[in-house]
Design a protein around this ligand. Structure first.
Ligand code: DAH
Length: 377
């Protein structure tokens, strides 16, 4: 019996002193393992009398339980300690400068989206998002493009399998959205005017060459209230273009009559540029560069979303983000945007902490609008 008591003291104190999980496991094996001390004692019970056997067996079983429990408790403590040590070792000093070779870059598309949202944000526009997979209603019909409307041919649409089994009706199909204009519809369906939003995002069309990719980016703008008019639109766009291209002073801008089913009247907007000597310079000179489409929201569109066109009116505009990025930063081939080439990203990308701001500067290099016209396409 004394032996058992001594053994208990010995094992429990070694458990207390175990410095790590490995040491603790060694103790477990040496006490409870096949050749362990307690196991050995159990085996030696055979030589005792029945009475003694009963008594010692009981005590040994209790000891076995106590040792197992002590080991389990110690294990929890040691595991916690191991985790804390690990966390302490892995502590990151966020104030250290980033090593140049591992620093990532912001993709020019993300940069330009940030710049656009910053400028319009300052003017009170709220950012909205919408899904890439749209139904025919939001992408076309509600935007005054009913089935068989000839203007549907303007966009090389990716159609997805019909929603309803067996139906071949075009109105029942889903599409990869061909334009961010559908976010106009979603917003007007869900919110009461006044509305003042921009919606940047991905759009999809079946086209591929140096200036077209099957996935590209647009930003849509929409203002609906009781009095917004074409001259407000002109003022907002002029301010945006001046800020976006980081031009001091005025930027020449002209509205050319155009056609979009969702706006009436519609216009395309050009900005002044110079193409002298095969080099493009935005903001001055006697040439023009087409930048975006816009117009007053067609009353038919307002009716489609249940807004009374006799009370409300507004304007909309849409532009290609990728094209804006190409023009501002002198990137010659649209396809390279989506090739995930690290060398390209290192060259054209932006430093993560250079966050665009209207007051502190939009981009670190102020744009690179002077570049070889040969690439413009
Ligand atoms: N959705 C048009 C396109 O993809 C762009 C556009 C033009 C949007 C005029 C507008 C607008 O809101 O008013 O070509």
């Amino acid at each position: 019996m004394d032996n058992i008591q001594n053994l208990k003291t010995e094992i429990i104190s070694s458990i207390d002193n175990a410095g790590d999980l490995k040491a603790l496991d060694d103790i477990r094996v040496s006490a409870l393992g096949k050749k362990g001390k307690i196991t050995d004692m159990m085996k030696s019970l055979g030589s005792l009398s029945v009475e003694e056997k009963k008594e010692a067996g009981k005590t040994l079983n209790i000891l076995k339980g106590e040792v197992a429990k002590a080991i389990e408790a110690k294990k929890v403590t040691l595991e916690e300690k191991a985790l804390n040590d690990k966390l302490l070792n892995e502590k990151i000093d966020v104030t250290l400068p980033v090593r140049e070779e591992i620093q990532g870059r912001i993709h020019p598309i993300s940069q330009v989206i940030d710049e656009i949202c910053t400028i319009f944000g300052e003017m009170g526009f709220e950012r909205k998002d919408g899904p890439s997979i749209e139904d025919d209603f939001h992408n076309f019909t509600a935007l005054n493009l009913p089935a068989n409307h000839p203007a549907r041919q303007m966009q090389d649409t990716f159609y997805l399998p019909n929603k309803k089994d067996g139906s071949t009706e075009i109105e029942d199909s889903n599409v990869l959205r061909t334009q961010t204009s559908c976010v106009q519809i979603r917003t007007m369906q869900n919110e009461e005017p006044p509305i003042k939003i921009i919606a940047p995002g991905r759009v999809y069309r079946s086209d591929y060459d140096a200036t077209h990719t099957p996935m590209f980016h647009q930003v849509e703008g929409l203002v609906i209230d009781k009095k917004s008019n074409m001259s407000d639109l002109k003022g907002v766009l002029n301010e945006f273009l001046k800020q976006f291209f980081e031009i001091d002073g005025d930027i020449p801008m002209r509205f050319r009559p155009s056609y979009f089913p969702f706006t009436e009247p519609s216009a395309e907007v050009d900005i002044g540029c110079s193409k002298k000597g095969g080099e493009l310079k935005i903001g001055a000179g006697d040439d023009w560069l087409e930048i975006l489409g816009c117009g007053m929201v067609n009353p038919a569109v307002l009716k489609n979303v249940g807004i009374d066109p006799d009370v409300y009116q507004g304007y909309a505009f849409g532009m290609g983000i990728d094209r804006l990025a190409m023009l501002k930063y002198g990137i010659p081939d649209l396809r390279t945007f989506f090739e995930t080439d690290m060398r390209w990203l290192k060259h054209y990308g932006f430093v993560p902490l250079d966050i665009p701001s209207v007051t502190n500067g939009l981009s670190s290099n102020g744009g690179n609008a002077r570049w070889n016209l040969h690439y413009l396409g």
